[in-house]
Ligand binder design. Sequence first.
Ligand SMILES: *[C@@H]1O[C@H](CO)[C@@H](O)[C@H](O)[C@H]1NC(C)=O
Ligand SMILES: [Ca+2]
Length: 314
Amino acid sequence: MIQALLMCFVLCVVSGSSKPTERKSRIHDEDPLSRLEHDDNKNYDYDHEAFLGEEEARAFEQLPAEESRRRLGIIADKMDSNTDGFISEEELKNWIRTSQRRQIVDSVDQQWKDFDLNQDDQISWEEYKNTTYGSYLEDPQTDTEFNYVHMMARDERRFRAADTNGDLIADRKEFTAFLHPEDHKHMKDIVVQETMEDIDKNGDGFIDLKEYIGDMFTSEDGEDEPDWVTSERQQFSEFRDKNGDGKMDQEETLDWILPSDYDHAEAEAKHLLHESDANQDGKLTRDEILSKFEVFVGSQVTDFGEALLRHDEF
Ligand SMILES: *[C@@H]1O[C@H](CO)[C@@H](O)[C@H](O)[C@H]1NC(C)=O
Ligand SMILES: [Ca+2]
């Protein structure tokens, strides 16, 4: 169990041990709001997941239209955080952010009790270390298959980076940053550092072309290079190695694995506002939201008449 956890921390972040010829990705994608295609001409599935979060969107799919509409009304009231009767773009964006974070919050909650040994609702580095590396610490001889010393040092460094007030005790916010560093701006240096250490085999502090390709692909004897590898070589020289010195430094690695500051939540908030702001005053009322019910939430359409009404060809 502990080993599994441990491997997960290491591997989840660096995206896994792939089979040699399987492509693997280092890129922490710009946090898409949904993995679904965004094409409102086909359906609103993307918007539903963006607005509700993946799990909640699935739950809504199972609801009768009336119930789903009722719940959307409740959400509309909740979104109006300053209770001025309107939902602004900002309020909409904040709601989308919260929906998106719910999964991370849930996963941290689930792991919390495993580490908070004395149940004081804080996780000290000691507690984390004992839980994760306890059997190794008791018997250092076990340090064979995994490099525990190395992993522990790396965890401690990340823990310290997440521990913003420096007391070596993590509250929920700090522990979330520790477990999900790629979602936290103040953790991006450590994400870059860990990634570079993984890939930089000769330890010169840079990622050269050989290391870049070697991280994604190991050629078998006599095997021709797949096309995607050839195209990655081009990517390296055309886009990754921006200053053309043949290797990637910290900044270039950052641009690669944590690309762009594109704000998906903001873009989706603008989109939903545009779709439903009937009187075009730049903010939404509860009624405007409810009358565009199908854009915000999904529902099993149980009322056949209603389904027909939506299609004007009938
Ligand atoms: C961690 O383990 C050590 C050695 O077993 C023990 O002395 C210490 O009290 C433990 N710390 C916590 C916070 O559980
Ligand atoms: Ca504790």
